[in-house]
Design a protein around this ligand. Structure first.
Ligand code: FAD
Length: 477
């Protein structure tokens, strides 16, 4: 009798078993399933914190699979080579995966699909990373959206479909192919501050992501509209870390939140609606990146190409090091270095300070975020930077320059956020503020006992320089 031909399920940034269409379709064939993760060039390209966090997510998925009688096979190399090797080793007849929508991912997947199909192997891709495929959501006249509000109005009433259940058992092949060892990949190698520093702030895996969602709904959702802009309060879901690695699907979040809105009171309904409208920004970012694949490296508005942004410079280095002398900015930069996360309001403020007060190219900031964030997401990061810098779609106008001092008064009214991250000048600084000094490289020469640095730029002068550069650009249009 013929051996059953296994189906390979190629996991990428979708490291979960629940609501996983590619896995579900593989199970539906009734054939054995071989789950695989490939350390390919897209993994090589990740920043330090993202690569470390990905490794943790891969580890967690491996454990979940083992609990269901399966395994996660790890291989390193170009995806097509790894997959063709595995096919010849195991006799697999099909490869399934869930789509990604970034330029390099699409190019890789197209090439893999074409070659596998040519060799008579079934290659199938599935949705799952977004609420809606980027080509499904269209304006009334048929093109992609460029403005968020009508995008939200359109998807608000669209049902993304019911989430798929996680399997309790996954049929194993007769013989497992060889797997590499995750430890040998040294995913945390580039994390100069050391893995334990960031690990203390990470919440990893599918179960943890579901718990996070439940806690958000029970404890924070009703106050989300008021608290979401306050970096000094635990007001948001923190789910971006889990969404970034696919430990939870946006569809699960959507349906669970909709149910909570139905069951809850008026405050819960208002909070839930607002939360879903923020979740939709993530879909919007991917919608934009899919339709403008260079959004992570080129100004979305080409008329900005001549803007006299400075390239990398000493001021930007002080920004990266969290020693600009502007407390809200420094608190945020330090928070990101230690925790791998930064509050959304703070992301906007530090991005505005870099691109406007320091007149530095948004790509300099984008690259540092990509290196530091455990929730790094190519679409949201690029959209966020271009939005703040003024050169993106539906962007904040360039002349709207955030003043970090007045923003601090408004969104950190008692200074708790700044005190949490800035040790200098405090008699007994909290552990968070001290932890940053322990985490930074010695070569930076920083000490909590040194005086807090004086502002590196006068806020008014920085704003005027930015506005003058903007006026010159407008005049040249
Ligand atoms: P919540 O307020 O609980 O929102 C729920 C979910 O909605 C988030 O998890 C996220 O998936 C989505 N969301 C909320 N706000 C936004 C937004 N403005 N843009 C896109 N999606 C949003 N987000 C990332 O996930 N990765 C990034 O690399 C990233 N880089 C950014 C860079 C800049 C310069 C800016 C201004 C924003 C960036 N964001 C990024 C968006 C936003 O800051 C984070 O998604 C948010 O802070 C995550 O916290 P949360 O999960 O508690 O959000």
């Amino acid at each position: 009798m013929d051996q059953p031909r296994p189906v390979i399920v190629w996991f990428r940034r979708d490291l979960r078993l629940g609501d996983h269409a590619a896995l579900r379709a593989a199970l539906d064939t009734g054939q054995p399933v071989i789950p695989v993760f490939i350390h390919d060039e897209t993994v090589e390209a990740l920043g330090a914190a993202a690569r470390w966090r990905l490794g943790k997510s891969v580890e967690a998925l491996g454990k979940r699979l083992a609990a269901r009688g399966s395994r996660l096979i790890l291989r390193r190399g170009p995806a097509l080579k790894v997959l063709t090797d595995l096919i010849s080793e195991t006799g697999a007849g099909a490869v399934h995966w869930q789509r990604t929508y970034d330029r390099d991912g699409i190019a890789r997947d197209k090439a893999v699909k074409a070659r596998l199909t040519q060799s008579g192997i079934t290659a199938k891709s599935f949705p799952g990373a977004l609420l809606h495929e980027p080509w499904q959501v269209q304006t009334g006249s048929g093109g992609p959206y460029r403005v968020y509000s009508p995008f939200w109005r359109t998807i608000r009433g669209l049902d993304p479909g019911a989430p798929l259940p996680a399997p309790s058992r996954i049929p194993a092949p007769q013989d497992w192919p060889r797997s590499e060892h995750l430890d040998d990949w040294r995913m945390g190698q580039a994390l100069r501050r050391g893995e334990p520093v960031v690990a203390a702030h990470a919440v990893i895996g599918e179960d943890a992501a579901r718990d996070r969602l439940e806690r958000f709904i029970a404890e924070r959702m009703a106050r989300y509209p008021q608290d979401r802009d306050r970096p000094d309060l635990p007001g948001t879901s923190d789910l971006s870390e889990n969404l970034a690695w696919g430990e939870i699907s946006p569809r699960v979040i959507w349906h669970r939140t909709r149910a909570a809105i139905e069951e809850g009171d008026a405050a819960a309904a208002k909070g839930g609606e607002k939360f879903l409208s923020e979740l939709a920004w993530r879909d919007f970012a991917w919608h934009l990146l899919y339709h403008a694949p260079d959004m992570d490296r080129r100004n979305w508005r080409p008329e900005w190409d001549g803007f006299p942004w400075r390239g990398d410079n000493d001021d930007a280095e002080r920004w990266r090091r969290g020693i600009t002398g502007e407390p809200f900015v420094d608190a945020a930069m330090r928070q990101m270095y230690v925790t791998g996360r930064m509050h959304n309001r703070a992301r906007m403020i530090v991005a505005s300070y870099l691109t406007k007060h320091l007149l530095t190219d948004w790509r300099v900031g984008l690259a540092w975020f990509a290196d530091c964030l455990t929730d790094w997401d190519p679409a949201s990061n690029a959209m966020g930077w271009q939005w703040v810098a003024g050169c993106g779609p539906d962007a904040a106008p360039y002349f709207r320059v955030f003043n970090p001092a007045t923003q601090a008064e408004k969104f950190d009214p008692k200074g708790a956020y700044r005190r949490a991250w800035i040790a200098e000048g405090q008699k007994d600084p909290p552990e968070t503020a001290r932890s940053w000094f322990k985490a930074v490289p010695r070569s930076w020469g920083l000490s909590p006992d040194a005086p807090y640095p004086a502002p590196m730029i006068d806020l008014k002068a920085g704003r005027e320089r930015a506005l003058a550069a903007y006026a010159a650009r407008k005049a040249g249009e």
